[in-house]
Design a protein around this ligand. Structure first.
Ligand SMILES: Nc1nc2c(ncn2[C@@H]2O[C@H](COP(=O)(O)OP(=O)(O)O)[C@@H](O)[C@H]2O)c(=O)[nH]1
Ligand SMILES: [Mg+2]
Length: 345
């Protein structure tokens, strides 16, 4: 493997590949680090990380734009550096073969997408930095769509201040309508559908311009297939889902930033490996209800401090469902919400 190869390492599971850090007491705020005295440092965008080596884009949009391979300075200790970070690098930033530059710090982040292994686990894993959009990718079939996993992504996005979008792939295999009914009441959620012969590339592409969009979703849903169609030079590995383990084989296991370019403008696309779970142990429970915009409106009538759990007295949500005002879908949505909330109770 060449130095500049970001490498799709098939053996590396995402859970091992990404970075563990201590819980962040200021849960919603991206962390800042003191700025070391490296006056000669230049800023590079971290495009990807592979076994302790970072590929950084130097002189972004400038006349000398190029990538360089970087290592991290020891003084950074365990501070996570992830795809999307704006790194301060020193030393040989030429990117010439055999050179290695050094990351000495990270610029303040505008956002930080995190997840935990499960909802009770406070140890968080950093997925991507500085994204302002999240494209949640879910397949109409193969693998079966899981509304609750999508709920989780939406919550994580809202919690991180990232605008979510949803695309349902593999509509050639199954009708996405029953699955989409789950999200009917969610305000402002733009939804795309995509199939083998008809991918909404222009529509999704239009949304990518001027943004940094992280593609998330279960392994095998078609994230990398979409990325390859949007960014023809991407060459991301795509593959099949193992029927037994549900894990992708020969699929992309690293998180990589790729540039989306059209005559209309440009943006950044971040392809991530699939995860089976997306724990919300780091999320402020108050942000969970926010992801259920349809229910949040009704919950305004709840008593102060209402838990919305099945035993909550005078809960406006429970009453509305009991009176049939929210329909079957509303009942299912409340069930989803309660399952999520109960893990935090
Ligand atoms: N039938 C069908 N298969 C698809 C579609 N999109 C992707 N696939 C297939 O699904 C498998 C997994 O795709 P991949 O892009 O690797 O998924 P990822 O793990 O989310 O990146 C590959 O075999 C793709 O060819 C689609 O719209 N329809
Ligand atoms: Mg992939």
């Amino acid at each position: 493997m060449s130095w500049l190869d970001l490498g799709d390492d098939d053996d590396l599971e995402f859970d091992e590949a990404d970075i563990r850090v201590r819980p962040n007491p200021k849960a919603n705020r991206p962390r800042t680090k003191r700025r070391p005295a490296h006056a000669d440092a230049v800023i590079g965008r971290v495009l990807g990380v592979d076994r302790g080596r970072y590929t950084v884009l130097i002189d972004e949009d400038g006349p000398d734009e190029h990538t360089a391979l970087a290592t991290r300075a020891r003084e950074l200790r365990k501070q996570p550096i992830v795809t999307g970070d704006r790194a301060r690098v020193v030393g040989d930033t030429s990117g010439d073969e055999g050179t290695l530059t050094r990351i000495v710090g990270i610029e303040e982040r505008t956002s930080l997408l995190r997840r935990s292994a499960d909802d009770t686990d406070q140890v968080e894993r950093v997925v991507v930095a500085n994204a302002d959009q999240m494209l949640v990718v879910v397949a109409a079939a193969d693998p079966e769509p899981r509304p609750r996993l999508v709920d989780r992504y939406l919550i994580a996005a809202l919690d991180a201040g990232i605008h979510p979008l949803l695309v349902v792939t593999k509509t050639d295999l199954a009708d996405p309508t029953p699955f989409l009914a789950h999200f009917e009441g969610v305000d402002d959620l733009e939804i795309f559908t995509s199939g083998r012969v008809q991918m909404p590339l222009a529509e999704i592409g239009h949304r990518l311009i001027g943004h940094s969009t992280v593609f998330v979703g279960h392994s095998g849903v078609g994230k990398s297939t979409l990325v390859n169609a949007l960014v023809p030079t991407a060459d991301r590995a795509t593959g099949h889902v193992n029927e037994v383990t549900g894990r992708g084989r020969h699929t992309s296991s690293s998180t990589v930033s790729l540039r989306y370019v059209t005559a209309e403008g440009r943006g950044w696309v971040i392809d991530t490996p699939g995860v089976r779970s997306f724990g919300l142990g780091h999320v402020d429970p108050a942000n969970i209800l926010r992801a259920f915009t349809d229910l949040a409106v009704v919950a305004e009538e709840c008593p102060r401090g209402c838990t919305h759990l099945p035993d909550a007295p005078d809960c406006a949500l429970i009453e509305a469902v009991a009176e049939g005002r929210l329909g079957e879908r509303g009942a299912a949505r409340l069930d989803s919400l309660q399952r999520l909330l109960s893990t935090f109770a």
